[in-house]
Design a protein around this ligand. Sequence first.
Ligand code: DC
Length: 225
Amino acid sequence: MSTPVPVLTIDGPSGAGKGTVSRFVASRLGWHYLDSGALYRAVGVAASWADLDLSDPAALVRCTFDTEVRFEEDGGSLRVFVNGTDATEELRLETTGTLASAIAAIPEVRAALKERQRAYRLPPGLVADGRDMGTVIFPDAPTKVFLTASAEERARRRHNQLKEKGVSVTFDGLLREILSRDARDAQRTVAPLKPADDAVLLDTTGLSIDEVVDRVLALVPARAD
Ligand code: DC
């Protein structure tokens, strides 16, 4: 039997630094990268483009099956095309994250995205970033990490990012938004946000991105290729 393609899962709440850390780790390993949150965000954007009723789960499930998502490498960052349209900026909006979190609570939407996420497991390896990568999508992953940071630190990081982009939001508003998204992601009945039993917990509060990347890389067994 051939050896399964290795997967490193990086789960955790929003703002824990998963995206940046996962991209750097994938690039250092030369592995593929799956931003699973972008898939949920893409469905949210497609649903809002189509003016769908968000209280109609059947329509959202149809939309999930119909939404085509394509990632394109663009000088170290990723551009995301939804049904052929570059939606990178819209996907990053706070409102899109909230929409994605609501849609992600629908079990049939999660089921519809399951195999699509698994299809990213290609040689030489995959770094998968999300909420349920280690628990549901890749339960056999040999290396699982759960990144955390205090809610205040996550709100502070997000606040700084938005300030740099010239977007004006209050720290308190962001903190409230982060806490309510955490609660919704952790309390949903299907695939709630929680560490896999065999995940390594890594608190990134007070650590630099480089320090987190090094600690994560140290967990990946040396490859014999
Ligand atoms: O990681 P992110 O902020 O882009 O994710 C947006 C929302 O999508 C998040 O609040 C919950 C949902 N999500 C999920 O339920 N499962 C995943 N694997 C990834 C994201």
